[in-house]
Design a binder for this molecule. Structure first.
Ligand SMILES: Nc1nc2c(ncn2[C@@H]2O[C@H](COP(=O)(O)OP(=O)(O)OP(=O)(O)O)[C@@H](O)[C@H]2O)c(=O)[nH]1
Ligand SMILES: [Mg+2]
Length: 312
């Protein structure tokens, strides 16, 4: 595994892809990858890009890659599909939208589904991000569709979270309700070529100012991802946020907090694995039949099942 990582660091893409596949699948290989990668990461600027379906995340990510490359850095993109265990149409679309980068060795793009493995993204996304970081990419961008808990999970994989909205997307109250104000370090109003962009910027700025005298008030950046307009400004803001995190010590605190959350998620995932194991076999079958027949309540049956397994 350490050899694979060395190969990946030397620019061997198939080796990197193999490491990511192991992480994605979970299980013993994923654990080994995690332990090998863990001490060798932390240098990358990691950015999560989230927002509603169709907000322009992939187009923006592609434009951001161009800007990062223009500045001479390497970038890896992890496009996470939380909704489906299959590689669906959205990912195919991403391939096409990001196609301009296929011949560029300095850009690595990978889509990841959770394949239903226990713990899902909360467990896989941080590991995958670390693999890309350890492989030596200066920037790691994680794109994910915002659907409730998922964006929060993915926010837990990166140092900076960008929330993409569109003109006419709604008022400030909606942003506050959706919990986006809490997770966003930067807001992007993409599709600024459409009517209502200025209103969206104004509403968001108003709501963000209510956050009080925080050390970092999330900037609101207007972009037209399809033309690249505003993307240099976004890159500049991302640099500024990274510097802010480092200078204030917030980078270390955030990472410590995320490590704690990740540990919780891993413990929960492993317990869930164990629970799945308990729900099979003769003891399970006997209790299940009694509960199904109405002869036993589920709590008593669960006690019997839990009591029958050796603690480990
Ligand atoms: N007019 C306009 N269209 C845009 C802009 N950015 C993206 N689009 C278009 O919006 C559509 C969706 O863009 P994507 O980049 O696929 O959006 P996404 O958020 O990645 O979508 P999902 O991954 O499916 O959630 C595409 O047809 C883009 O060409 C923009 O700034 N202006
Ligand atoms: Mg997309």
């Amino acid at each position: 595994m350490a050899d694979l990582l060395d190969l990946a660091v030397d620019g061997d893409r198939p080796a990197l892809a193999r490491l990511l596949t192991m992480v994605e699948r979970g299980g013993d290989d994923a654990r080994t990858v995690s332990s090998v990668v863990h001490p060798r990461c932390g240098a990358a600027t990691t950015v999560g890009i989230t927002g509603a379906p169709g907000a322009g995340k992939s187009t923006l990510t592609s434009a951001l890659c161009r800007a990062v490359r223009g500045a001479g850095d390497d970038v890896a993109v992890l496009a996470v599909d939380p909704s489906s265990p299959f590689t669906g149409g959205a990912i195919l679309g991403d391939r096409i939208r990001m196609g301009e980068h296929v011949l560029d060795d300095g850009v690595f793009i990978r889509s990841m589904a959770t394949r239903g493995h226990l713990g899902g993204l909360a467990v896989a996304a941080p590991d995958a991000t670390r693999v890309l970081d350890a492989a030596g990419y200066g920037w790691v961008v994680v794109e994910t569709v915002g659907v409730g808990q998922v964006e929060v999970d993915v926010a837990s994989a990166t140092d900076t979270t960008v929330v993409v909205v569109n003109p006419g997307w709604g008022d400030a109250v909606q942003a506050a309700k959706a919990g986006l104000v809490e997770i966003a370090d930067v807001f992007v109003v993409n599709k600024a070529d459409r009517a209502g962009a200025a209103d969206a910027v104004r509403d968001l700025t108003a709501v963000l100012s209510l956050r009080g005298s925080a050390a970092w008030v999330p900037p609101v950046v207007e972009t037209v991802a399809t033309t690249g307009q505003g993307v240099d400004r976004l890159l500049e803001v991302l640099h500024r946020h990274r510097t802010h995190l480092a200078d204030t010590g917030e980078l270390g605190r955030r990472r410590a907090r995320r490590a704690e959350e990740e540990l919780r998620a891993v413990v929960a995932a492993r317990l869930a694995e164990r629970a799945a194991d308990m729900c099979r076999g003769p003891e399970w079958e006997s209790q299940r039949a009694q509960v199904a027949a109405g002869d036993l309540d589920p709590w008593t049956a669960a006690d019997a099942i839990l009591g029958s397994v050796r603690p480990d």
